[in-house]
Design a protein around this ligand. Structure first.
Ligand code: AHR
Length: 323
């Protein structure tokens, strides 16, 4: 009897070992360093590059961090794989700049089960259980869209306007909020007409390609509402190549207010640019420091942002900006 019992125990032990996942094996051991896995959307825009730079500078080795960056090339499935790799590597924190709002529940539940805090930056996520992330810091994209529409209303009132809308990546908070702002403006101004809407994926090449195609088919329009600066640069190139003057023949509204775009505001080519602040590195550093010290950062933090047009931009303002 004793022998049978012993064999049953050994069998149970063997089964238990087989079911237990392999312990997270760190790729290297970083003594005294805080290891952060950063899943970045991609390198689609000046904004994004400034954001990556800001993270690198703040979470540097000098500051006591080992930062592992994964570029998802604008694909959510790549971000999910990167998060799983970070968990497996045994990082101390995961920072996620999400491509889209939805689709994160499963992988973030895995991070939570592994005890890895997740900090969301830039765009927002939509999850069933908000304990799946520690905190979020980013922009109020809806407010940005409303600011753009308010400027249009102040400058054109209820004049008839034919609007071309270049959207960002569909399903991202930046696209959703800025599109909601415009949709509300269209509903409140019956003389405004949406003549074209398509996604330019937040890239300059796609912005140019879309506007070139519209011009080639002879479409007439008064305003381009471009959901980021890089698509606006592409649109401006397309207009100029067709002999049109941006800012005169077509009013350009844009978002981000990166350095090159503000030069265009000064030159009168972009009429209005809504700031979207990419400098999240020091903010994430401050959050991690708080968590390390055992205190709790606020769950949601919206960063302060402003707007620019020819009347408000100055060289002095431009020189004092970090992106
Ligand atoms: O989420 C922020 C947006 O993403 C920026 O407006 C855009 O340039 C970037 O790609």
């Amino acid at each position: 009897m004793k022998r049978i019992l012993l064999m049953v125990c050994i069998l149970c032990l063997l089964m238990l070992t087989a079911c237990t996942p392999a312990p997270a094996v760190p790729v290297e051991t970083y003594d005294d360093m805080i290891v952060v896995g950063f899943s970045q959307v991609g390198a689609e825009s000046d904004w994004r590059n400034a954001n990556t730079r800001s993270m690198r500078e703040a979470l540097s080795e000098q500051n006591g961090y080992r930062l592992i960056i994964d570029d998802a090339q604008q694909k959510q499935e790549r971000q999910i794989t990167a998060i799983r790799n970070f968990i497996h590597q045994g990082v101390d924190y995961i920072v996620l700049a999400p491509t889209t709002e939805t689709g994160w529940d499963t992988v973030l539940a895995e991070a939570k089960a592994a005890g890895v805090p997740v900090i969301i930056v830039d765009r927002m996520i939509e999850v069933e259980d908000d304990s799946l992330f520690t905190c979020w810091i980013g922009s109020d994209f809806r407010k940005e869209g409303d600011a753009a529409v308010e400027w249009l209303a102040q400058h054109f009132g209820d004049e008839p306007l034919r609007i071309v809308h270049l959207q960002g990546n569909l399903g991202s908070s930046a696209q959703l909020g800025r599109t909601q702002g415009l949709d509300t403006g269209l509903a409140n101004h019956p003389a405004w007409e949406l003549v074209y809407r398509n996604t330019g994926d937040f890239t300059q090449a796609k912005g140019q390609e879309l506007v070139e195609a519209l011009l080639a088919q002879g479409m007439q329009f008064d305003v381009i509402y471009s959901e980021n600066d890089n698509m606006a640069y592409g649109a401006i190139d397309a207009l100029k190549n067709a002999g049109l003057q941006p800012g005169k023949d077509v009013t350009i509204i844009s978002f981000d207010a990166s350095h090159a775009a503000l030069e265009m505001v000064m030159a009168g080519e972009i009429s209005f640019d809504v700031e979207c602040n990419p400098l999240h590195g020091p903010r994430v550093q401050a959050i991690i420091e708080k968590l390390e010290a055992g205190s709790k950062p606020p769950k949601l933090t919206y960063v302060e942002e402003t707007t620019f047009d020819a009347a408000t931009i100055t060289r002095q303002i431009m020189d004092g900006r970090g992106y």
